[in-house]
Unconditional design. Sequence first.
Length: 436
Amino acid sequence: MQEEKEKRELPGALKTLAGVAIVFLLLAAMYVFYQAMQVLFPPNTYETALLATVEDTVDAEGVLLFNESYVAGDGTLGYLVADGERVSAGTAVAEVYSDASQAGLRQQLTQINDQIDLLQKSQNTTSAQMESLRKDRSAALYDLMDALDASDYEDTDAQTEDYLLAQNKLWIITGEVSTFSDQIAALVQQASNVQAQLGSPTQITAPQTGYFIRSASSGRLNAGMEDILALGAADLKAYIESSPEIKLDGCAGKIVSGFTWYYAGICSAKQGEKLLGSDGKPRKTSVEIRFPGQAETPLKATVQEVNIDTENDMTRFVLSCEVINGDVLRLNRANAQVIVGQSTGLRVPQAAVHYLKEDGSEAESQGENYIPGVYVKYGNLARFCKIDPVDDQHPQVLDGDYLIVLPSGTAGSISQVRLYDEIIVSGQNLYDGKLL
């Protein structure tokens, strides 16, 4: 009986194994078929046309040239003005301490005087300002939180003061505080005590009117402005690469007079063509300059001169600028980006561009009379949309693997691509009107 039962069970097991094997083979065949179809008939891929702004820049290395004089002073110094602050001749910019404790007393006195000033301002308010003050308080709080979130601690003092000023004025208006006279009187007495301990340190004054920079914040170049501007391209490049910055030893700082400063820079010959036209004159006199990682805000500048040295693959140029701030005044030698133009348009993958011949058939590559464009998904149809051919009126603007294309409706453009169009980046046998 047992043998007969085993004989009956064996064919059943074989049938089960055979069934599993057949299912496995079917799945494998379906996978191979699917992969083959993907290779032979790949699915269309799409990308949305979005607006982007691309800067046309020149990357350079160079030196900043200021009309500067040096403020003599040495020892344990305490500063009375901030970097980049404009001062008049004779203004006290720093003081010399006999010991380190005086520095702490000066800082304490400054903080007390700031509190007195804040409280005095807080009392100058009227009830009509309530709604405005609430908005000011909220704005100051948001600005303070943003600065803290961005680790921009240099601006937090001013934003904290704005918040406290608005809050104090609201307390006066609502009657929660009638006056700050008692607090002011106590602070004035405290300031008097600290002033007595501080004494009268020797003060260092500005020799002329201008912008003050501390010695610890900057240095100076080891050559004068006129000598540097007289250098040719090769000599200027050698000078820039010779580590020309030196410390302001024996100085409390420097004073930059006037409002105009210069940037003498070197870039490649090819990039120099963005600055110099074929007529030997600057293509544009008005540009912008920024210093990546050091002074990110672009500043308006004027192109003074451009000289291309094709043989040595370099360009020497000089820009002038009349915008001054503390970040720029700290610089001596610095790499720069000169922004010579901006282009705003739709970001379109280069791989999506097709070229049609006059008869409507597609060319394998760009030709002089071929019509460039992209296929766009309109409902369930593919439509060919023209883009502008590359010419003097429509220069090619690249952003990595993308083209910047003028949107439909732009004056002087034949482009038919619209914002948010679904562009077909890749597809099989595309033609105008194809059913997708």
